[in-house]
Design a protein around this ligand. Sequence first.
Ligand SMILES: Nc1ncnc2c1ncn2[C@@H]1O[C@H](COP(=O)(O)OP(=O)(O)OP(=O)(O)O)[C@@H](O)[C@H]1O
Ligand SMILES: [Mg+2]
Length: 231
Amino acid sequence: MLRIEMLNVYYGESHILRDVNLHIPTGQVVCLMGRNGVGKTTLLKSIAGLLRPKRGKIHFAEENITRRPPSQRAARGMGYVPQGREIFPNLTVQENLQLGLEALRGKGHTVPQDVFELFPALQSMLSRQGGNLSGGEQQQLAIARALVARPKLLLLDEPTEGIQPSIILQIENAIRSLKEQRTVSILLVEQYLAFAWRLADSYYVMERGSIVSEGSTEKIDEEIVKKHLTV
Ligand SMILES: Nc1ncnc2c1ncn2[C@@H]1O[C@H](COP(=O)(O)OP(=O)(O)OP(=O)(O)O)[C@@H](O)[C@H]1O
Ligand SMILES: [Mg+2]
């Protein structure tokens, strides 16, 4: 579904991503881990098209999209849930969800009912302002907003960050249901390791902008966790 080859991304003069290779097979959940500031969000933004790589390629659904703008990536089935959620605080829950349909560029007009099966709490909040929701509710809204456009690939940037355990569990269950439906591939950036292990098929670990370890989550080794992930 996604194949990244030798990606190099800079902020001005600072070289952030270095020769990154990453592969997401169709229908799988892949987690990307690493300590603060190693470049995880930079990679997600580059995949979504918000940053332009200096070198390297991004293939999405069999197409080279390296030079395509974010709107075209969204239209081709890429859903992005940014770190910190970025919902619109002054719009209602309904309006926030409706904005997710923009990715379809006029091809979808109604919010599909099944997003409320994944996040039932949202149904009773449709007329509330986004900014008045709790952090966990906003995270659910942000994921639901990406899902209304029926993405083939969902990019999730630290969905458990700053969220209480009961809601983390609801988010985990929603991601598990998506995984079972096998219609969406997921790239999950996560520092809550147990959460990532429970959901992901495979993992990548990043350090200072490079991938330093990768493999199946069934075979993750304690040494890797100690060396690259614990503080
Ligand atoms: N807009 C920017 N301009 C310049 N440097 C930036 C910018 N955004 C991020 N950086 C730098 O790029 C590096 C990678 O940042 P990034 O946000 O990708 O890390 P991260 O792994 O997502 O961290 P966290 O776990 O804290 O979210 C950091 O050194 C950061 O300071
Ligand atoms: Mg980040």
